[in-house]
Ligand binder design. Structure first.
Ligand SMILES: Nc1nc2c(ncn2[C@@H]2O[C@H](COP(=O)(O)OP(=O)(O)OP(=O)(O)O)[C@@H](O)[C@H]2O)c(=O)[nH]1
Ligand SMILES: [Zn+2]
Length: 358
């Protein structure tokens, strides 16, 4: 129906609901109501309690730190005790105070029934992007939802993992200190997600491999000149090299914090202040090392008419994803700049644990 919502539109609305702390219904043969723990209010918690026993859904990564068996493989469903309050839920969802107040498990992990609805809920909050922790309660699939978003699992599953198509919105000339004449293109995804930018330096020849950089947003490095990472210097060095070569294309992808968002990246930084490295911090929060989807970089390049690149990177995963998505990488151009005393550990961890080339 033209006036109804498409599946993609329903998912976008659901992400907004979850960010506001509004419950979303996920239904298949059974149904659950879910709320993101970090946005939950005490009133909603009380209201959900009237519907039945509550379950806290976390990723297996988070369960590892909580020393709780994850019977559902990549996630765990923990029975929420009747007297558990907001503090209890937040302490399990957010590792900020793990060291100050070690959790007093054991927790009762549930193993009966299917976790397919819960898995979709975790995927949805991750893409919101919120901490991967949801409160869930089973409800009858035909329960009146009083205006709440209702998602059908079979309908959303194919869309959840799909990269949303991007469309050019606007473009203009931009003179840059580092690279001389350039053009900035703004690209907008169909699903209402964040816009991404493509910066063309000079007039790159579409018939030859172009000097290219896929840069993931780093507010702290790019804007604040953080010494904890190498992003700012990499961004500027890439533009400078493209300027010197007379042509290039830099994709500025809004995938802050390797896809976990700035709020979660700051949670990770706070864990790093407690002594965890960049990978351990992501895991303690319940995320994978890297939650980025590099497919969109390949899509943007193809949309701009490029099929082969000389890729400025130290990250082999970016090369593999380009190749897997139809962009030929004729050469890797190393990008080693911006080493500081403060980021030596970070760069060493990326080399040791994430396969970065040095
Ligand atoms: N979660 C998390 N993200 C971080 C941390 N430090 C930097 N980042 C993010 O990591 C990303 C770095 O992106 P890139 O420099 O494009 O990618 P890369 O994987 O380092 O690969 P190359 O720079 O191409 O070699 C940015 O999104 C930063 O915001 C951290 O400690 N934790
Ligand atoms: Zn950075």
């Amino acid at each position: 129906m033209l006036l109804g919502l498409s599946i993609v539109e329903q998912l976008t609305r659901a992400r907004g609901d979850l960010r506001m702390g509004v419950p979303v219904m996920l239904a298949d043969n059974g149904a659950i109501l879910v709320v993101a723990v970090e946005a939950l209010s005490a009133e909603r918690l009380a209201a959900l309690r009237t519907l039945g026993p509550l379950e806290l859904v976390l990723t297996a990564r988070r369960a590892e730190t909580l020393k709780t068996p994850a019977y559902d493989g990549d996630l765990v469903r923990i029975a929420v005790p009747d007297d558990a309050d907001m503090t209890w839920l937040r302490a399990l969802a957010d590792p900020a105070d793990d060291l100050r107040f070690p959790m007093k498990g054991p927790f009762r992990s549930l193993r009966d029934g299917s976790a397919a609805l819960h898995r979709a809920a975790i995927q949805l909050v991750k893409s919101a992007p919120l901490l991967p922790a949801v409160l869930a309660v089973q409800v009858p699939p035909d329960m009146p939802t009083a205006g709440l978003t209702r998602l059908s699992l079979p309908a959303i599953l194919p869309e959840l993992g799909r990269a949303s198509p991007l469309h050019p919105v606007s473009a203009a000339r931009l003179p840059m200190a580092a690279a001389g004449a350039g053009h900035v293109h703004v690209l907008r995804p169909e699903d209402g997600g964040p816009e991404h930018y493509a910066i063309e330096v000079g007039r790159p020849d579409r018939t030859a491999p172009v000097l290219a950089r896929l840069h993931s947003a780093c507010f702290t490095g790019d804007v604040l000149g953080s010494l904890k990472c190498d992003c700012g210097p990499q961004l500027h060095a890439a533009l400078t090299q493209m300027g010197a070569a007379g042509a290039g294309v830099l994709l500025y992808l809004n995938q802050e914090g390797r896809g976990i968002g700035l709020a979660n990246k700051m949670r990770a930084y706070s864990l790093q202040d407690q002594g965890f490295d960049t990978v351990e911090a992501n895991h303690r929060l319940g995320f994978e090392d890297d939650e980025r989807d590099f497919r969109l970089g390949a899509d943007i390049l193809r949309g701009l008419g490029f099929s082969a690149v000389r890729l400025l990177t130290n990250n082999p995963a970016k090369i593999a994803m380009m190749e897997a998505n139809g962009i030929t990488v004729t050469e890797r151009v190393p990008l080693h700049v911006g080493q500081t005393d403060q980021n030596a550990g970070y760069l060493a961890t990326k080399a040791a644990k994430s396969g970065h080339l040095i």
